[in-house]
Design a protein around this ligand. Structure first.
Ligand SMILES: C[S@@+](CC[C@H](N)C(=O)[O-])C[C@H]1O[C@@H](n2cnc3c(N)ncnc32)[C@H](O)[C@@H]1O
Length: 223
């Protein structure tokens, strides 16, 4: 993954991604790919438990959705703010009825600028009662957890996965992907288990939980 010379401020701007995708046809997976994430996706969205409608926000030209479809997921809805990438993906996958590609923004409803708070509120609105929001990020819990908790009523589980080296996962992972990492109130338990600054991506599994309304606002599932 290269960050280029552009500031990360432009990452929420359609012009930036249009320009980039006009030159980069892909496929390119940021952070992880479907095969490394599949055990976790299959755990939280088991194909044996009926039909899942999966929304991939900011799909880009990643192969993730097509590999999900090949793995048996029957409805994967992809949205992105870049018309260039959406048109390219529509053409490329016209023979895959499981996949749809739509020019849309997570924030199209209120025209807000993208920031962590309003994005989470919007995800919350989009999720149905039993919806699961899976967020993969380099943001450690000590920094990311309060944003997730303060915005919405959901239980949060944390999983971790090593960053890919030349597209490969390490032979001996730091932590078993499908086991949640113990998560305390401020996220410091994660550092106690995994050490300081491990070279990993954090995967937050957020499950909408309206029952939290009645109890303390900031509740976290601890395994
Ligand atoms: C870092 S790329 C990730 C692409 C792909 N998900 C992957 O993992 O390889 C971010 C993508 O999000 C899209 N994007 C940025 N802001 C968005 C928004 N508000 N709504 C929908 N897509 C957005 C960009 O056009 C870009 O394709």
């Amino acid at each position: 993954m290269t960050m280029g010379t552009c500031s990360t401020q432009a990452y929420g701007e359609a012009w930036y991604w249009d320009k980039r995708y006009a030159h980069e046809s892909g496929p390119f997976d940021w952070y992880q790919n479907y095969s490394t994430m599949a055990p976790l996706i299959n755990l939280y969205l088991p194909r044996s438990h009926g039909h899942h409608r999966i929304l991939v926000v900011g799909c880009g030209n990643s192969a993730f959705s097509e590999e999900m479809a090949d793995d048996g997921y029957a409805e994967v809805v992809n949205i992105d703010i870049s018309s260039v990438v959406i048109e390219a993906m529509q053409k490329k996958h016209s023979n895959r009825p499981q996949l749809t590609w739509t020019l849309d923004s997570l924030l199209c409803g209120n025209n807000s600028r993208l920031n962590a708070g309003n994005m989470l509120e919007e995800v919350w609105r989009v999720l149905k009662d039993k919806g699961v929001y899976i967020l993969i990020t380099y943001g450690a819990p000590t920094y990311r957890l309060h944003l997730l908790r303060d915005s919405c009523l959901w239980t949060i589980k944390l999983h971790v996965i090593e960053k890919l080296v030349s597209g490969e996962s390490p032979e001996h992972p730091i932590w078993k992907l499908t086991d949640p990492v113990p998560l305390d109130d401020d996220g410091s338990s994660v550092e106690a288990v995994l050490g300081q600054n491990p070279d990993i991506h954090y995967i937050y599994i957020c499950t909408k939980d309206l029952s939290l309304k009645a109890g303390p606002k900031h509740e976290v599932a601890v395994e």
